[in-house]
Design a protein around this ligand. Sequence first.
Ligand code: HEM
Length: 438
Amino acid sequence: MSSHSNYNPTNPVEKWFDERLPLIRFSKEHLMDFPTPKNINYWWTFGAVLAIMLVMQIVTGIILAMHYVPNIEMAFDSVEHIRRNVNYGRIIQGTHAVGASMFFFAVYIHMFRGLYYGSYKAPREILWILGVIIFLLMMATSFMGYVLPWGQMSFWGATVITNVFSAIPLVGNTILEFLVGGFVVDNPTLNRFFSLHYLLPFIIAAVVALHIWALHVPGNGNPTGVEVKSSADTVPFHPYYTMKDLFVIVVFFIPFAWFVFFAPDILGHADNYIRANPFITPAKIVPEWYLLPFYAMLRAVDFDLLFINAKLGGVIVMFGSILILMVLPWLDRSKTRSGNFRPMFRPFFWLFVLNFMMLMYLGAQAAEGIYVILSKVGTAYYFGYFLIILPILARIETPKPLPNSISESILDKYEAKALKQEKMRGEGNSEIQGKGGK
Ligand code: HEM
């Protein structure tokens, strides 16, 4: 995509700098003047929300790490110390803990936006795959972060999830021992989880840089799915989208702040405010809400299939549910990107969203009776959507005609609106005339 840079260094110092390290030129081309489709809607603001959330988590995390002690004897108390004694500790710890939930909330919106508008399709496959890698890293980071306070759910969650790796044939036990640093979850586990929990966000930041790079090669998609054809289709990123993004960030911070100030612990499990005790198993072991759909899929496989036992089957399904996203651009071969122009796709998509929410609910229930049956149905639909429904739809669906260009789609919309208004005005006038005539 051609850039609209109009950067001309005005003074000799700027010119000198620009010839050696064109940082200002780069920022101007990629942050200020970047040509962005005129028609992108609010669903496209969540990338910016996510970027802010990542910074937020890193900054609050660094402060927490100044006071947190990664030792099983002191971890729980050190979190309590942060909350009670450290200046603004309650707010910093609350922001970090609630922030994890808000981060995932935003990432789900961002991903479902991508699924609806076909943002993963050519030429944005690598951009999408980098996103899936970010998502995997986010899951690993949040899982390890949840272990750090060393509450009951930290300990038991870590025990259940690390144990999952032992199902992998041949190398499973070696991976498990390597992960937990011994045969059971203990102090070495906490040490390595702390170390990795500190490291991974920076790796996420690096992958986000690649993600944005991969975004800026083809440029942003848009709700019509029609590519940019001329400069009439775009506006500069600043001020149009800096302001739109900022507005959403402010709105996003309202519920975020509400949680931090009024209910900072409500999103965590009550058992995690009890010190870890290896001798008392909690009634239910559940991960945080945002990992529940994947946990439900892990537990849905409770039967052996040929040489694959139930435990390994669950692990394959759980990891497969994310890895399948990586090959999605090649599973959905429909030429039309946007769900707006795909009448048959839409009901299946919304069912997929509902199904995901159902799995989230089921992940928090006991693995028994109707819950297990529904988890199986939900897991089947999750995979069926990608492996059967999308490939078939690409063959049989007749999409609605696409607009010739982005600017045309906007003009069409306004023309239709103006025509409607004119018609209404006309009807109003004739009514008045009619009344006057009586
Ligand atoms: C820390 C996490 C992430 C950050 C900071 C981030 C950032 C961004 C930003 C700033 C944009 C451009 C604005 C927008 O479209 O919202 C974007 C676009 C995109 N992101 Fe992400 N992203 C993240 C995670 C993900 C994940 C997990 C996925 C998918 C699995 C993903 C897939 C995409 C796609 C496909 C686009 C292009 C959309 C289009 O222009 O049509 N991103 N991302």
